[in-house]
Design a protein around this ligand. Sequence first.
Ligand SMILES: Nc1ncnc2c1ncn2[C@@H]1O[C@H](COP(=O)(O)OP(=O)(O)OP(=O)(O)O)[C@@H](O)[C@H]1O
Length: 227
Amino acid sequence: MTLAITDLIKTFAQPGGGSLTVLDVPTFNIAAGEQVALIGQSGGGKTTLLHLIAGLLAPDSGSIKIDSIELTKLSEEGRDRVRASSVGYVFQTFNLLPAFTAIENVRLGMTFGHGKQDAKRATELLGRVGLADRANYKPSQLSVGQQQRVAIARALAGKPKLLLADEPTANVDPNSAENVLELIRQSCQDEQIALLMVTHSMDVANRFDRVEKLDEINRAFSNAASH
Ligand SMILES: Nc1ncnc2c1ncn2[C@@H]1O[C@H](COP(=O)(O)OP(=O)(O)OP(=O)(O)O)[C@@H](O)[C@H]1O
């Protein structure tokens, strides 16, 4: 999988009227299997960039190519299909389904992905994130760090080619953060999944193949930062 972004512009209507250009990114690429850390100031557009790459949002203009697929030419349903087959997402807020158990949440990641649920892989993934004994617990019965690990297992379940992780260690203590981070990096390495992770920690970022400072590659930065 390669990701190639060119001349990407994203503008949001503002609550008080008018609009704000949050992203104006001439170029941004990720090579197959590459691990890239994305840093930048709060409100600088990191989550917005991840949402655009995942196809959860559409840009005003520009190109987002995942391999040979031009995401910006697809309908919302088309983008959903690309995400299901190729892109895993670990959300800041996890987005687990509260009515389902840990193992069911992981299996749902497969339903969205390859259609068929692979019970063995779901069990393996929960084991890999250290939650073999919590398979039948619901999110409300899990700690925040455990919920986060379920979210990681779910994101890996569909065998993505690219994993997007939005500050996955923001809500856990430093020791757990270290473990979660290594878990994500190692899993991506083992499965040859490219990784784009938002982080506020330079210590974390420095372990990646590459560190991208959004404020430097985003021409809208001074614009966004002044708001
Ligand atoms: N739906 C929306 N409507 C209007 N403005 C939005 C919307 N979503 C995001 N924004 C604005 O876009 C800017 C970038 O937001 P974004 O969440 O991408 O930043 P971020 O870099 O991820 O920040 P943080 O590090 O604090 O999570 C912010 O100024 C925000 O107010």
